[in-house]
Structure formats: structure tokens, C-alpha cells
Design a protein around this ligand. Structure first.
Ligand SMILES: [Zn+2]
Length: 474
């Protein structure tokens, strides 16, 4: 389905390949400067050649050449006359987000989301449903694959899919020195029998980026949510489990192995409730959504919460989200429980805020729906537990993007990497990073094209075999 209506893309790809081929052997500096110029235009930080020159430090001729190359690739449109400051009006360039599209997905414990994004991170469509790994990882992947296929069927004119970004719960191990690139995701042990990346790549013919959901939510919030315009923020995801995501210098801080922010199994109440990990008193076991749901169900049995008894009377088990809604409506049991959860999480937050000194903390995930009662308890605990200047200057807000944040973050994880100099090198001669098996046959049958073919196919083979190796290593 991803392979319909591609004629013009393919033609453009072949053309741009020739244009760029002339310079591809002149060293990596060209790709570094191409990536830098593209980054300035994508972010809107620079719109004219003069602004690009000033902000990149690149010379006039280099900027002109890079902008011309980006226009030929279809990534930059331009040339509208901007306001003049006396002399000739400068031409304004803008990023062409519609040059390609990215499929994005988010698998939670009790939620599943899919979307279709353009290259500017704008979601053309998104869909969320109650599903996720609690119905079995294999079933959740089947459902995700089906939703991706129907999304593409409903949008036959989007052309090549440039990549798939996927947010998953739990830690995702990255190979040292690399960020969320397709080669290096290794999921938690329970995913070993479910090679999700390999399945999606072979079904949709495009590379797959996978990262932890809190990391991607942080990236989504930074670029398009509460953190828009900032360079750093901390997100606290309060879903079935609790985890944190940190963005620094405009990028996700993943840590040495990808595990940064995996705070759910830090013991906050020694000797407390037993956790799934075997330890007692982990943050998840005390304040995670699953723990809240268990307390809610006990309150139903004891008749301690009129609101939750009402929920149970509808024939379903009370969830953490119900407790949040109960607190919002003033149910005394729910208010007390959410305040206690906020206090516990706020204590952990005090350590994180003191260590990292973010200016903004965004609280997301299903439990965050409890709103101001939760945030007030978190703030109170934060200030009580740490008198650091860092905690005095931090703002704590609830996510406005909600479950959209993970999808948008997944899109940016793909897009940012595709436009890095290192990744550009692997696809720029093809005009698009989409792995299209039928493309070789569609190339112009000229000697010149045939001469270039081996090197392009080598790029592709490398990408596939390393991806397959990563899957085997899991
Ligand atoms: Zn634990």
C-alpha cells in the first residue's frame, strides 16, 4: 500500500541522485553543512540566505549551493520575496514537510496509538484505542500492523513512507554512541520473541526507529507541546508504570545505554508493596497506575468510595484514570489517594529536578488526568524535599498534548535522524530513504545509472543486515 502513486517521487529521486552524485565523493563536510542548513530552515531559525550564513557561519557560496541542493531534493521550497530592509528584498525559504511521510505508533500497557506524520512532525491523522501489551505483545503488534495498513489505505496519495517511529513501554537498549537509529534497538526481555522492528520493516519496506515512550513523549512535548521554543524539559509519564524523559540541548537525553529516566523500579518505600520486579516498595508498586487501580478495586469492595462504586456498577473494574476522575469530582477517597501518589512521585521528582535543573516539568500519562490535585501534591512534596534553587525555579504543568505527544515524538525521532549528516549519507543519492525493492527496475536504464547502482545497493544491504543483526542479538 505504501507503494502506490510513487511515479513523481521516483522521478524526483532519480534526478536528485544525479545532482548530488557529483559531490558525494568530495568528503563528509558537504553533508555536515547540508544537514546544518536544513536544520536551520526546518526549525524556522533562518529563512533567508543571509540569515543562514549568519547562523551557520558558512560562506555565501556554500550556503547558496546547499540551499540549491535542498531545493532540488524537494526538501526546501522557496524563493518568495521577503520584506526588504532597504535594498533588494531577500528570498525566503521554507521547509517542505510534504516531501515525505512517516508512520508513527505508540504501544502502551493499556493503550495503542497510530498516526501519519509529514516531515515537519505534523500529524495528518491519529487514532487511539484501548489495547496494548496487556492483551499480549503479539496481539498488540498484530493490531498495530493492521492499523498502519489501514492508515496507508486511507491515504493513498502520500507516496513513499520514509520511516516508522514506534514508542514502547520499558527500556530500549541502544548501542553505545548511537541515538535511536534503526540498527540498535534491543527491547526488554519480554519482546525477544516478537521482533516488531523486523516485522514492520519487511511489511512496509522502510526502516524502523524504536524508543522508550517517555523519551519520545519528552521529544514531542519539546517540539510541539508545552516545551515548544525551549531547549530542555523533563517529562514525568504516569501511566501503568512511572518513567521520566529528559530533553537537553533540543534532544532526548538517552544516557549511555538508552535507560535514562527508567525510574519506576527505584525503591521509595523500603519494605513496601511487592513489585513485579521482585523488589519491595518500588515507585511503580507504590504510585504506578496498576497500583492505583488495585487500591481502587479494594475501595470498591469496602464501599469506601461512592464514585468508584458507581464506576464498578457499570460492570467494569475501576482504573487509575477513574481514580483521577473521581478526585476531579471531589470523591474523598480518590482525592486522598491521588494526593498520596502526588506526594510520593513529588519526592522522586525533587531528586530529578535537583540533579538536572530543568525549567519545565510536564506531567503526562493516564494518571495525569487527575489534574491540579495531583500537581499540587507534587509541588508541595518537591519544595518540602529539596530547598535547592533548582526546585524553586521549576514550573510543573500537565501535558496538553496527552497521548499525541508520544506519536509526535516518534515522528521527530525518525525525522531528526534522517536529516543528520550521518544518516543523509546513506540515502541522499537515492533522493529518499524509503527502501523500495522495486526501485532498481524503475531506474533509468542508462550506463551512468547502472555504474552507480552497486554503491547504492551496498548502502541498502548494509542497512538491512545490521538491522537484522540487531534483531538477532535481542
Ligand atoms: Zn520494581
Amino acid at each position: 500500500m505504501a507503494r502506490v502513486a510513487r511515479g513523481t517521487d521516483r522521478a524526483r529521486g532519480a534526478r536528485s541522485a544525479r545532482d548530488w552524485d557529483g559531490g558525494r565523493h568530495r568528503g563528509g563536510g558537504e553533508l555536515d553543512s547540508l544537514s546544518a542548513v536544513l536544520r536551520l530552515i526546518r526549525s524556522g531559525a533562518a529563512e533567508t540566505r543571509q540569515e543562514i550564513e549568519a547562523q551557520s557561519g558558512l560562506g555565501r557560496a556554500v550556503v547558496a549551493a546547499r540551499v540549491a541542493a535542498l531545493i532540488k531534493l524537494g526538501l526546501v521550497a522557496g524563493g518568495d520575496l521577503g520584506p526588504s530592509s532597504g535594498g533588494r528584498a531577500p528570498r525566503q525559504f521554507r521547509f517542505n514537510g510534504e516531501a515525505g511521510h512517516v508512520l508513527v505508533g505508540s504501544i502502551g500497557h493499556t493503550s495503542l496509538g497510530v498516526g501519519l506524520s509529514d516531515l515537519s512532525g505534523r500529524l495528518l491523522v491519529e487514532h487511539h484505542e484501548r489495547s496494548g501489551v496487556d492483551i499480549g505483545i503479539g496481539n498488540a503488534i498484530d493490531r498495530l500492523e493492521g492499523l498502519f495498513a489501514s492508515t496507508l489505505a486511507e491515504h493513498p496519495n502520500v507516496g513513499d513512507i520514509w520511516g516508522i517511529g514506534l514508542a514502547v513501554p520499558g527500556p530500549v537498549r541502544l548501542a553505545a554512541g548511537r541515538n535511536g537509529t534503526p540498527e540498535n534497538h534491543a527491547l526488554a526481555a519480554e519482546w525477544v520473541e516478537h521482533p516488531v522492528a523486523e516485522r514492520l520493516r519487511s511489511r512496509f519496506g522502510t526502516p524502523v526507529w524504536i524508543d522508550n515512550d517517555a523519551h519520545l513523549m519528552a521529544l514531542g512535548e519539546l517540539r510541539a507541546g508545552r516545551g515548544d521554543g525551549r531547549e530542555e524539559l523533563l517529562i514525568l509519564k504516569m501511566g501503568s508504570g512511572i518513567s521520566a524523559g529528559l530533553c537537553w540541548n533540543g534532544q532526548v537525553h538517552r544516557g549511555a545505554h538508552g535507560y535514562a529516566g527508567d525510574i519506576g523500579h527505584v525503591v521509595v518505600e523500603p519494605g513496601g508493596p511487592l513489585c513485579r520486579c521482585g523488589n519491595s516498595g518500588c515507585l511503580n508498586a507504590v504510585a504506578g497506575g496498576a497500583a492505583i487501580a488495585r487500591e481502587a478495586q479494594r475501595a470498591v469492595a469496602d464501599g469506601r468510595s461512592p464514585y468508584l462504586v458507581e464506576v464498578a456498577a457499570q460492570g467494569r473494574d475501576a482504573t487509575a484514570a477513574d481514580v483521577g476522575m473521581g478526585a476531579y469530582r471531589g470523591d474523598a477517597f480518590c482525592v486522598e489517594l491521588i494526593s498520596r501518589v502526588g506526594g510520593t512521585v513529588g519526592g522522586t521528582l525533587a531528586t530529578l529536578v535537583t540533579a538536572y535543573n530543568p525549567s519545565l516539568v510536564v506531567v503526562g500519562g493516564g494518571v495525569a488526568q487527575a489534574g491540579e490535585i495531583l500537581l499540587a501534591a507534587m509541588r508541595e512534596a518537591l519544595y518540602r524535599r529539596s530547598r535547592s534553587l533548582a526546585t524553586q525555579d521549576v514550573t510543573i504543568v500537565r501535558s496538553e498534548m496527552g497521548r499525541t505527544a508520544g506519536l509526535v515524538g516518534a515522528a521527530f525521532a525518525v525525522i531528526d535522524d534522517l536529516f543528520s549528516a550521518e544518516r543523509l549519507r546513506t540515502w541522499i543519492a537515492d533522493g529518499s530513504p524509503a527502501v523500495t525493492d522495486e526501485r532498481p527496475a524503475a531506474r533509468p536504464a542508462t550506463t551512468e545509472a547502472a555504474a552507480r547502482r552497486p554503491s547504492r545497493d551496498r548502502h541498502r544491504t548494509t542497512r538491512r543486515s545490521t538491522s537484522a543483526a540487531a534483531v538477532r542479538d535481542r
